[in-house]
Design a protein around this ligand. Sequence first.
Ligand SMILES: C[S@@+](CC[C@H](N)C(=O)[O-])C[C@H]1O[C@@H](n2cnc3c(N)ncnc32)[C@H](O)[C@@H]1O
Ligand SMILES: [Zn+2]
Length: 258
Amino acid sequence: MSALLCTVRDCHEPLARNEHGLACPRGHSFDIARSGYVNLLQPNDRRSKKPGDTAAAVAARRRLHDRGVTASLLEAIGALAGIDRDDVVLDVGCGDGYYLGTIALKSGCEAHGIDISVPAIDAAARRYPDCKWVVGNADRFLPYADKTFSRVLSITARMNVSEIRRVLRDDGRLLVAIPAPDDLVELRGAGRDRVPRTLAEFGTAFTLIEQRRASTAADLDQDAVHDVLLSIYRPRSIEKVTLARVTFSLDLLLFAPR
Ligand SMILES: C[S@@+](CC[C@H](N)C(=O)[O-])C[C@H]1O[C@@H](n2cnc3c(N)ncnc32)[C@H](O)[C@@H]1O
Ligand SMILES: [Zn+2]
């Protein structure tokens, strides 16, 4: 299991386990939470006191995953990423850990998830204790050594191109999932096509090797529609919805390093 790196300013030394938690050779130390995750977030890494998804958004997204509405998206992500037990996988902006945790259980891979939200990582660590979970700002420094991972996933999440390239092996693969234009179309209308911009962003360091769209539709009751709105940060009360057919749709881009 590869070591985490210290996130204090420009330290970046490897962290080793001691009786209190994790510490680097310069004496910077980090606690391990009761649920097993490590919080590597530095005070200057956050814009607010509680950055990232709120506990309410995390719980709503988990209920949606647990209702099975995203099961076919998970299937498509797993198939395209082609992960097996020899892989070392990082999920950047992993949320409650549904995608990474399930893929790890199925494949037996070594799995690492990072997210800036404490409630998200706590939920992930409680449900998937065999994976490694870190609270950190993925837009800054990814606290892993160069070329650690054979697969990196970014599922409707962070796009730190240079850091992802640094931690990915030269023969590794990066899977980026972005909301497709028809994602949640019934609730928010058609969105823009984000593929061209994403290709341009990653094109500096990666070559696209495959592109697929994964879509599914689910009949959701009022509570579930409410959860969708919470999970996309648009909480509002919904009346009169008894059953609504809602589309979930992702554009999946598989990249190889240049
Ligand atoms: C739309 S959610 C996707 C979560 C998960 N990948 C999924 O699909 O279920 C975006 C996630 O990015 C996280 N996030 C936002 N800013 C971040 C940052 N700077 N570093 C790491 N994670 C961040 C949020 O806390 C949230 O969990
Ligand atoms: Zn240090």
